[in-house]
Design a protein around this ligand. Structure first.
Ligand SMILES: C[S@@+](CC[C@H](N)C(=O)[O-])C[C@H]1O[C@@H](n2cnc3c(N)ncnc32)[C@H](O)[C@@H]1O
Length: 249
């Protein structure tokens, strides 16, 4: 049985540096996303948008919080939505811009460099997504972000929350690490937390799904030097918990 002090804690201040370095690393010329897995909630969302909403998709407005290299922003834009992508890493936004150009949807994506915590949305949206990002915040920050998402959702609009829970990060030599700010959101706690925030007669659960994910992402230099290791990848296991809420009134 491992003792808790065996887990190395990475200071939260390294999160932005971690992502800047991650998004700066070179990619192939097709500019594919670095992510080799997808979030099942996105597929459900795309089907839902095509079938259920009453407007034509070019009138839909979407907000992508913590958009990363833009795999979902570009997908939404390719499906004709007007997308606003927010990320605090300028290198992420550069990636989105390159990928949008390649996909021919540059004019459909507005890029905003800001922290999700300070951001105040300039508009209301049919679709707001926060994928693989909310685990960087503690409970009160998370509640603040979710309240903002709820408030800026148009009638009949949806929020997709794609949450990494039960996260385990470790080096190939077995040493574990985690980011200081990252709460240990386990799936049971998270289920209750998210449903409590949306426990409101205006909102209903449209979709819910969990899948286990195991990946070996790039370990940027700042983190490998902090961990005093030569590895440039690490092992990451988590349960991807997707929930879609719809504003019904
Ligand atoms: C794991 S990536 C996920 C990217 C994308 N949503 C996806 O699923 O492909 C997390 C992204 O959130 C961004 N991020 C983390 N904390 C943030 C914050 N406080 N404000 C804005 N962006 C943040 C990172 O820069 C990174 O691009």
């Amino acid at each position: 049985m491992k003792k808790i002090e065996d887990t190395t804690i990475i200071p939260h201040s390294l999160v932005k540096i971690f992502f800047d370095e991650k998004w700066k690393q070179s990619v192939d010329e097709k500019e594919e996303s670095v992510y080799k897995y997808t979030n099942p909630g996105i597929q459900f969302l795309m089907d839902f948008l095509q079938k259920k909403l009453h407007k034509s998709s070019s009138e839909f407005k979407a907000l992508d919080l913590g958009a990363g290299d833009g795999r979902f922003s570009v997908l939404l834009a390719k499906n004709n939505l007007e997308v606003t992508a927010v990320d605090f890493s300028e290198f992420a936004l550069e990636r989105i811009s390159q990928r949008a150009k390649i996909a021919g949807v540059e004019s459909k994506i507005k890029l905003i460099k800001d922290s999700v915590l300070d951001f105040s949305p300039p508009d209301n949206y049919d679709v707001i997504i926060a994928c693989n990002v909310l685990h960087y915040f503690n409970s009160s920050q998370l509640k603040k972000i979710l309240d903002l998402m709820k408030e800026h959702t148009l009638e009949k609009g949806v929020n997709l929350i794609s949450f990494e829970s039960n996260i385990k990060m470790f080096l190939p030599d077995g040493r574990e690490f985690k980011f200081a700010n990252q709460p240990d959101f386990d799936i049971v706690y998270l289920n209750k937390f998210l449903k409590d925030v949306y426990k409101d007669s205006k909102w209903k659960v449209l979709y819910e799904n969990q899948i286990p994910v195991s990946i070996t992402p790039y370990l940027p230099p700042s983190i490998s030097s902090f961990l005093k290791t030569e590895y440039d990848y690490y092992l990451r296991d988590f349960v991807l918990y997707d929930l879609i809420f719809q504003k019904v009134l």
